[in-house]
Write a protein that binds this ligand. Structure first.
Ligand code: MN
Length: 294
């Protein structure tokens, strides 16, 4: 049985308005086991605050996973060595904060800038060169991740968000080169639906390199709400590879604010939902995944 989680952004319009304690209380009340949080926020908290958050999570029966989408100034694949150094410093800080809240999964666009796209069509040769820059930076970070007991998961995302890892196969080939048991792949059903030839094959081929799994319907509505994806079959494929990690939903349904801007939500996918209705949607999706992964 996989632990079921919720991404912190579901109820919010802006990245910087999250109140973690009320969020954790809500997420636990709705039945979730995992609260996925913003690594860029958590790494800035004092040890005292992190200790308090850990105690509150323990009381609520929640664990944390850390989400990351590296900003341009931390792009680990930047051509500018100063930017890469800055990224290594930033991710080191994040990794070091993780044991303080008992978090073992760092996930997201963790290997290069999120939405840091080339300004021209690139050749395979150029792509390999950028990949090497990302790998060089990550080779500096993997010993820190290992020391902190963190699985460093690289998210395979669609072509509109990043250009290095668009398919499960590219993700697996990338993390294998790091030669660390802590380097893993993150697959996300929203991105997979855009890029993969075969959703099930992508999971099966990733096998034991899979470290984290994100779920959402094709348009990022909560899982189970539209049944647009082969959920039973995907759960079967995860079982087949012996996946023991968390399954975290990342639904985005609200418009207006910095979160919908970055996620490119230009219409109201919530059906005009107020908070109580959003809670119901999240609770239903949690129950759907608990049943699927029971
Ligand atoms: Mn994701």
């Amino acid at each position: 049985m996989s632990a079921i989680g919720m991404h912190y952004g579901f109820w919010s319009h802006n990245w910087d308005e999250i109140q973690y304690v009320p969020l954790m209380e809500k997420v636990a009340r709705l039945g979730f086991d995992v609260c996925e949080v913003a690594s860029a926020e958590f790494c800035k908290y004092s040890d005292e605050t992190l200790g308090e958050l850990k105690r509150r999570a323990d009381d609520l029966g929640l664990t944390f996973t850390y989400s990351i989408g590296l900003e341009k100034e931390y792009d680990l694949a930047s051509d500018d060595p100063a930017v890469r150094d800055n990224g290594v410093r930033h991710v080191t800080e994040i990794l070091k904060s993780m044991p303080k809240v008992g978090a073992t999964i760092l996930n997201g666009v963790s290997y290069a800038g999120w939405q840091a796209m080339p300004d021209h069509g690139i050749t395979l040769e150029e792509k390999r060169r950028k990949e090497e820059l990302a790998l060089d930076s990550m080779r500096r970070l993997m010993p820190v991740a290992e020391d902190c007991g963190v699985y460093y998961c690289c998210e395979v995302v669609n072509r509109f968000e990043q250009y290095l890892l668009n398919t499960a196969r590219e993700g697996a080939a990338f993390v294998k080169q790091l030669e660390s048991p802590n380097a893993k792949v993150l697959l996300d059903t929203f991105h997979m639906n855009i890029e993969e030839d075969d959703l099930l094959q992508a999971i099966l081929e990733t096998g034991d390199l899979l470290g984290h799994f994100h779920v959402g319907e094709r348009n990022r509505k909560p899982p189970g709400s539209t049944n647009s994806l082969p959920w039973k079959e995907m759960a079967g494929a995860l079982r087949q590879i012996g996946y023991q990690g968390a399954v975290v939903m990342e639904p985005f349904v609200l418009m207006g604010g910095s979160i919908p801007y970055d996620i490119k939500v230009w219409r109201d996918l919530s059906g005009g939902a107020l908070e109580a209705e959003l809670d119901r949607m999240a609770g239903d999706a949690c129950a759907f995944l608990k049943k699927l992964f029971a």
